[in-house]
Design a protein around this ligand. Structure first.
Ligand code: ADP
Ligand code: MG
Length: 238
């Protein structure tokens, strides 16, 4: 696990500022949810932490290290997207081990990590199958597994449950919560779903227009929204 510190972050696409002087301090092992309507800049912020886009100003620190200009692979992060982005021609095992093989991880180590991740995510019976033979929920578990085997300090989730039906969504939400308890890793989780935010988060950052409107515990946000936007967004049904 690692702390994440976002300092005066600016992100621009052309002349449009999408993230504006954003500050966010995330403690080691904390589960932070970025909650806000479509287009408010959640994915942009997450992608910046992941190192997938350049920042126009400000800094990002992970685990006490300034990573603002580090490559994604050197940031100690693992990312899980809304679409699972699994390699279709590889088995589940292949999908889980590919990154480790590229990093020249010793074979015995790879096997131990896959066994552990498969057990935690309950995908042991699926290891020799291909993504096309899996349900949406199973695919998303494999996608989480890919971050898990890499032993990352920080998990980044971008609406990982949006493509799943309601029942699976609830099920995987519980799994992700359990995963957090079990690993104690720092997690940054993007969603536009109020229920997900309220049930998963240690703290919620409610975003709108590239700005954090309120940063507080679910209880605090729900009971004492700081302005009309937060009240309307968290209070209205999903
Ligand atoms: P969210 O994830 O909260 O739905 P995004 O972070 O994807 O929002 O987008 C925030 C804003 O930035 C939106 O107005 C979007 O159109 C714009 N945007 C995102 N990515 C790009 C890009 N690559 N080029 C130009 N504009 C972008
Ligand atoms: Mg998004």
């Amino acid at each position: 696990m690692a702390s994440v510190s976002i300092r005066k972050l600016d992100i621009e696409f052309g002349s449009i500022k999408v993230i504006r002087e954003l500050d966010l301090e995330i403690a080691e092992g904390e589960f932070i949810v970025l909650l806000g309507p479509s287009g408010c800049g959640k994915s942009t912020l997450l992608n910046a932490v992941a190192g997938l886009l350049d920042v126009a100003g400000g800094q990002i620190w992970i685990g006490g290290k300034n990573v603002t200009w580090e490559e994604p692979k050197d940031r100690g992060i693992g990312m899980v997207f809304q679409s699972y982005a699994l390699y279709p021609r590889m088995t589940v095992r292949g999908n889980l081990t590919f990154g480790l093989k590229m990093a020249r991880t010793p074979k015995a180590d790879i096997e131990a990590r896959v066994a552990k991740a498969a057990k935690i995510l309950q995908i042991e019976p699926l290891l020799e199958r291909r993504p096309s033979e899996l349900s949406g929920g199973q695919r998303q578990r494999v996608a989480i597994g890919r971050a898990l085997v890499r032993d990352v300090d920080v998990f980044l989730f971008d609406e990982p449950l949006s493509n799943l039906d309601a029942k699976l969504r609830t099920e995987l939400r519980v799994e992700i919560k359990r995963l957090h308890h079990e690993l104690g890793s720092t997690m940054i989780y993007v969603t536009h779903d109020q229920i997900e935010a309220l049930t998963l988060a240690d703290r919620i950052a409610v975003m709108n227009g590239g700005i954090i409107q309120q940063l507080a515990s679910p209880k605090e946000i729900y009971r004492r929204p700081i302005n009309r936007f937060v009240a309307g967004f968290v209070g209205s049904p999903a």
